[in-house]
Design a binder for this molecule. Sequence first.
Ligand SMILES: [Zn+2]
Length: 150
Amino acid sequence: MTTHRLHMRRALDLARLQAGRTGSNPSVGCVILDRDGQRLSEAATGDGGRPHAEELALHKLPIGAAAGGIAYVTLEPCRERSNGSASCSQRLLDAGLAKVVIATRDPHPLGSGGVTRLKEAGIHVELGLLQAQADELYEDFFAENGSNSA
Ligand SMILES: [Zn+2]
């Protein structure tokens, strides 16, 4: 297994550990590497569904630490937040990440569009790493929020 896959597998493990504790929000895992490939931070969605995984993982870091780095996220980072705070795609942009690797897309109306937003901002997005495992994890969430097959 490549290092690339190992980081996503770690993110999936983090998400699985929180599964069932995040209310109506999906349990997401996030691992952040710096520009040299060193793991800087990791997190899963908080109890009750907040904070989001990306938000927590980035919050632990000094400003600028993740610049030029890579984020591994098990589910597409949200495009907008229902409570009006900064979305995860915005936070990833602000952190200056060079690349975001995403296991599977989010069918939720507020979540979907994160990939487009990141790409439009010039971030390299890789979609579908270990997707089958993520799809299995989010089976119930997808059933309630629409298929992600489109
Ligand atoms: Zn989010």
